[in-house]
Design a protein around this ligand. Structure first.
Ligand SMILES: [Zn+2]
Ligand SMILES: [Zn+2]
Length: 748
């Protein structure tokens, strides 16, 4: 990749060892010729890998002998025009230690300059407008370099050699603090950071322009500020993320193992979900009823300055109202956030592309992405076997990402969001065009979901002159897990999620697939139940409780509170379900969780996808190890009777078992049915590897229990580590399926 400082590094290494030669880059990556004493050449090769700059990624080094030509000088040769643009743009990267030291050095000319950056850090993806990656094609085009910056930019020995966003207080972007009307606040304070910090300490709301969009900031310990933010954002229940100045402060809020701490401090700087410490000083409105907090470290110089000035943790949540996409354009931000924020800490470096913060957690020592976006994108994912043709995969409907691919690489997009309003749809279509240009990809094959009503599907079907391939939703989930692990299959794929269009036109979501990249067979699934009222049942989990209690032989609700709470509509909903009126059959595991959550009194209605299951996980007693058991109907495909779990849950509650213990036993029961289903699938197929995918596996209690049970039965278990198990990973899965079919269709 360009802009990661590899050529200057090679230059410095070679000149330091007294070697002559050259370094440059072409379509295949970086090439270098070195000439000198054998010992120096050997050391060059050794340090090439060992000392490479932090953002460089070395896949392999190939060495070839050449006759010496007497070179004494070492030079960086110009990039060749017309070369492949396969991997030119890097991801945005957190401020490096060298820049941070300069930021805090009163003698440095960039002392306290909020836009300091170098070859090893700073904005990349979010400022790139076009290719080739060069200053005029970034949002830094309007800032002409001063002589001092230009000298650094042109000096191969300098840390800022060819760092496109290089700038300083004399020539670069400037900070401003404005009111909600866009006018400078208090006559334009000399130090906008200090002034913004004072507002935060007074419990006011400040919109802060970041790398990929605006955040809304408040003092994380202020009940008043957090409650006001929640009210003005109309964000009823979703937790807010918190930025803390450093790892020490992070450890005061959360319990961090080594993997979580490494993730938190990595240059990618995702929001890390980690167990909250008892007594952590965080306002109740920040993450109501949640045992985890989402925390992150500063990733821009502005964040570092602001956190140092506020001297306490700060909520930094996306700048939007409820479900809208995050604001990133200055005028739009004032319009949309003017009614929320008391002030705007902003600047004049435009953001080219809206990019949300990434979210991740550590699971047993490895990183698991929840949302893969800023800091990761557009870094390519290597896909084994490669792509015979240029390809586009359109992804799903919720948590959409798309993916373009060629040669050995898939470029999975930033988080686009839920494709249900005009603005996210525009992000989707413009994003695809942007990626096609950046990576020089003209798709010949386009993969899409089978759901005819997804806007991503409609987009694919509207394209001219391309081959189309529909990929079943849960097959795409399992394929994404296989591609994530560099495996072709076949495996036993357990795809548990909320909703996906089944190959038979019904709603799937609790699937045991015998799957490889190129195809799948439905080995088994949860026994279908009706979804009374269709989409209404997704918004109102108590409706699923009614359907599941009916399936468990308790049409009257078995004397449970959930029936009493919803007595007014219970019989009508049940009649709807039984007659099959607007009540499609579903094998969805998400809907089974919804039913249990409503029965447990967690919630009868939801305000965001997956909410009931997420809150049930918070309720569940972590120490409880047992699980309810579900029977399996052995026909082919086999059917696991989820209603058995509901019957056991109802009986347990009637016996007076605590809700926390019952919730844990239900989750343990889902893990047990996964174990039982996989054992049966192994008996039928001989396969010993299980891939777990689908949004339901974001449930940590379930994931731990399922992995333990499968391992105890001798299964090898594949999990995600590069793309999320939720629908954010679907586009990679679609691309991997399309590539496998394409490879199989081509003569060897
Ligand atoms: Zn730096
Ligand atoms: Zn300058």
């Amino acid at each position: 990749m360009q802009g990661v400082g590899f050529r200057p590094f090679v230059y410095g290494l070679a000149t330091g060892l007294g070697l002559g030669g050259l370094v440059g880059n072409d379509a295949d990556g970086v090439f270098a010729e070195v000439e000198g004493a054998p010992a120096a050449v050997a050391e060059f090769l050794q340090r090439l890998r060992r000392d490479a700059p932090p953002l460089a990624r070395i896949e392999r080094v190939t060495v070839t002998g050449l006759p010496p030509d007497g070179s004494r000088r070492f030079v960086i040769v110009a990039s060749q025009a017309g070369q492949s643009r396969s991997a030119l743009v890097a991801a945005d990267s957190a401020t490096c230690a060298d820049c941070l030291a300069e930021l805090n050095d009163p003698a440095d000319r960039r002392f306290r300059y909020p836009f300091i950056n170098c070859t090893n850090c700073g904005p990349r993806f979010t400022i790139v407008r076009d290719v080739p990656y060069d200053r005029p094609t970034t949002t830094m085009a309007g800032f002409a370099m001063c002589p001092a910056c230009a000298a650094e930019y042109h000096d191969p020995g300098n840390r800022r050699f060819h760092a496109q966003p290089v700038c300083c207080p004399d020539c670069g972007p400037r900070l401003a603090l404005t009111g909600p009307d866009g006018q400078p606040l208090g006559g334009g304070p000399a130090d906008p950071v200090a002034a913004a910090a004072r507002l935060l300490r007074r419990s006011l709301i400040v919109a802060v322009k970041g790398l990929g969009g605006y955040h809304l900031a408040v003092d994380a310990a202020s009940e008043r500020a957090a409650a006001a933010l929640r009210a003005r954002k109309h964000r009823e229940d979703k937790p807010f993320a918190i930025m803390v100045p450093g790892l020490g402060a992070a450890r005061r809020l959360c319990r961090l193992d080594a993997a979580a701490a490494a993730l938190l401090a990595s240059p990618r700087r995702p929001i890390v979900l980690a167990p909250r410490r008892d007594g952590a000083r965080v306002a109740a409105a920040v993450a109501p009823g949640n045992r985890e907090l989402g925390i992150m470290l500063p990733y821009t110089p502005l964040h570092h300055l602001l956190l140092a000035a506020v001297r306490r943790p700060v909520v930094l949540t996306s700048g939007n109202v409820s479900d809208e996409p995050i604001a990133y354009d200055d005028a739009d931000a004032l319009k949309r956030l003017g009614g929320i924020a008391d002030a705007f800490l902003t600047h004049d470096r435009p953001i080219h592309i809206r990019t949300d913060d990434s979210v991740a957690r550590a699971f047993r020592g490895r990183p698991v992405p929840v949302r893969r976006s800023r800091g990761y994108v557009p870094e390519p994912i290597r896909v084994r076997g490669g792509f015979p043709r240029h390809m586009l995969a359109c992804g799903a409907e919720l948590k959409n990402t798309f993916c373009v691919a060629k040669d050995g690489y898939a470029f999975v997009s930033h988080h686009i969001g839920d494709l249900e309003n005009a603005e996210t749809l525009r992000s989707f279509t413009e994003g695809i065009e942007h990626f096609m240009r950046l990576f020089d990809i003209q798709p010949r094959l386009v993969a899409h979901d089978l759901h005819p009503d997804y806007l991503s599907t409609k987009y694919a079907l509207d394209l001219d002159g391309v081959d189309l391939l529909g990929v079943q939703h849960h097959h795409a989930h399992i394929a994404s897990c296989l591609a994530d692990n560099g495996v072709d299959g076949p495996v036993i794929g357990v795809a548990f999620d909320g909703t996906g269009y089944g190959a038979d036109g019904t709603v799937w979501g609790g699937e045991f697939l015998v799957a490889s990249l190129s195809g799948f067979e439905r080995g088994g699934h949860l026994a279908p139940v009706p979804m009374p009222g269709g989409a209404a049942a997704i918004r109102a989990p108590w409706r699923m409780a009614a359907a599941y209690l009916d399936a468990a032989g308790m049409p009257d609700g078995g004397g449970l509170d959930v029936a009493a709470r919803n007595a007014g509509h219970w019989d009508a909903v049940l009649a709807l379900a039984r007659r099959g009126v607007n009540s499609p059959q579903t094998s969805s595991a998400g809907r089974l969780f919804d039913a249990a959550a409503a029965i447990l009194g967690v919630r009868d209605e939801i305000s965001y996808e997956g909410q009931a299951a997420i809150e049930m996980e918070q309720l569940a007693a972590p120490g409880e190890r047992s699980g309810y058991r579900a029977g399996i109907d052995q026909r082919r495909p086999f059917r696991v009777n989820g209603a058995d779990l509901i019957a056991a849950l109802a009986a347990d509650l009637r016996r007076g078992t605590g809700r926390d213990v019952a919730a844990a036993r239900f989750i343990g029961g889902v893990a047990a049915l996964i174990e039982d289903g996989c054992v049966l699938a192994r008996e039928r197929t001989g396969l010993g590897t299980v891939a777990l995918s689908g949004g339901v596996f974001q449930n940590q209690l379930l994931l731990h229990a399922a992995v333990d049970r499968l391992a105890a039965r001798g299964f090898a278990v594949l999990l995600h580590s590069q793309v999320p198990c939720n629908d954010g990973g679907i586009s990679l899965g679609q691309a991997a399926v399309a590539a496998a079919r394409d490879r199989a269709a081509q003569p060897a």
